[in-house]
Design a protein around this ligand. Structure first.
Ligand SMILES: C[S@@+](CC[C@H](N)C(=O)[O-])C[C@H]1O[C@@H](n2cnc3c(N)ncnc32)[C@H](O)[C@@H]1O
Length: 246
């Protein structure tokens, strides 16, 4: 998920290329289906920022996989995604869901008014550590006082997945990332999940889009069967509901 996190020089958007979902959206769909089928991450998120009857934004929504889940209980759901083919895919997914829209946009420039939402959710999208400050400020702008920015990403301190991530991304330092979110006033929860694939083919396809060829081959060789334990980080920062500086 983190490969090639080079910033593009787009029109000020800070779009981060996501080869996995950009190039292989069908395999990424298999990945989303395999990730956390028991809903442990959703449950942890709900404990810290329940969205029932609230207005939710999913930043970097990709093909909109998580939008229907939020839509089941939220008042409104807005998916925001910069990559046009994925905007179309997400729109098509939620076409029949009332109260759900998808906008083209980026985390640092959300197409939403000030103080208009209660939960800004981003899963393995844009908020990867140092450099995502513009997106944090933008989330604080669109959140109502007391609302929450919830950032969900893979926890590279948990193995074996973390070991593969660090081998694939030699410059990625999980301690630096966690220190960054801590310094920005986020709380941290770690959530253990089990990725469950229907068969070996699906598992191998997914590991094949998450890592370069060498690390993918190693990950496949080190994974017997069709399941994989993966830990997530859930970082939450609230927009203060009391006194704020201008
Ligand atoms: C790994 S995918 C995750 C997609 C989705 N959150 C999911 O869980 O299925 C990362 C997504 O972030 C998007 N993205 C990249 N740069 C972004 C930015 N600056 N603001 C918002 N989203 C961005 C990518 O286009 C991609 O759809």
């Amino acid at each position: 998920m983190l490969r090639n996190r080079r910033r593009e020089t787009g029109p000020g958007r800070g779009v981060i290329p996501s080869p996995n979902i950009w190039h292989w959206p069908e395999v990424y769909e298999e990945e989303n289906r395999a990730q956390d089928p028991r809903g442990v991450v959703y449950a942890a998120l709900r404990e810290v920022a329940d969205w029932t009857g609230r207005d939710v934004v999913d930043v970097g929504c990709g093909t909109g996989f998580h939008l229907p889940m939020f839509a089941a209980d939220a008042r409104t759901v807005t998916g925001v995604e910069p990559h046009p083919p994925l905007v179309e895919a997400a729109r098509s997914r939620v076409r029949d869901l009332p109260g759900v829209t998808v906008q083209r946009g980026a985390a640092s420039e959300l197409p939403l008014p000030d103080a208009s939402v209660d939960l800004v959710h981003a899963r393995t999208a844009y908020f990867f550590g140092p450099g995502c400050g513009p997106g944090i400020l933008e989330a604080m702008r669109v959140l109502r006082p007391g609302g929450a920015l919830a950032v969900i990403d893979l926890d590279a301190t948990a193995h074996p997945y973390g070991r593969w991530m660090c081998a694939d991304l030699p410059h990625y330092n999980p301690a630096t990332v966690e220190a960054f979110f801590d310094a920005q006033g986020f709380d941290l929860r770690r959530v253990d999940t089990l990725w469950e694939f229907p068969d070996r083919g699906a598992l191998e396809r997914v590991l094949g889009i998450e890592f370069g060829p060498k690390v993918a081959a190693r990950a496949i060789a080190e994974t017997p069967g069709t399941t994989l334990t993966v830990r997530y980080r859930l970082h939450v920062r609230r927009r203060p509901s009391g006194l704020e500086l201008a």
